[in-house]
Write a protein of this length. Sequence first.
Length: 230
Amino acid sequence: MSETLAEQGKQVAAEAAALLVQDDMKVGLGTGSTVAYLLPALARRGLTGIRCVSTSPATQRAAGELGLELATLEQLDGKLDVAIDGADQVDAAGWLIKGGGGAHTREKIVAFAAQLFVVIVSPEKLVERLGPPVPLEILAFGVGATLRALRCLGEVELRDAPPSPDGNLIADYRGPIGDPAELARELERIPGVVEHGIFPPQSVSEVLVGAADGQLRRLAGGKAAGLTPP
């Protein structure tokens, strides 16, 4: 798929997701190129009483410039009605890989805090099985020891990129994935790993897949869905 067609698909999915937000909702906003289409679509709706939690400084700046009201997750008692975000990969079983933008720790916190987590993608993000890389957020303290332990699982390299929104290092696991649940458990056992970019199907309510021709596919996630545009 060409870059132009992919961008058009992202916009279709993002605009469909914006229709799911209603007045007075508490909304989690993800990070990345797909969310860049969501923010203006959401702002154009002119909803009243919505409060938004951003997952990165970039999203916070863009949302604020569009006049969306921002809050912290703590100010909203750690609970959201809906969170909307993109994904780097969505496999046939509903597993996700996220974190291309290095904000996957905050994105995962927001996704799990939301009653409904909606993923918006273009068709090329759909894969039969997850493949590397898997983004990692790791502490700078003891980074050598952390990387050594990670490399017992497979190839890992530090990313030449800005730190995470919370000031940690970003790395990419490029080894085999196999069973995503097992790899997730192995990564979580290693001290110094703050979070990985594998999201389980049970965290996802619905995946909206937008196509360049305006068509929209809805894939049910492992979490109970039930969102219907007005």
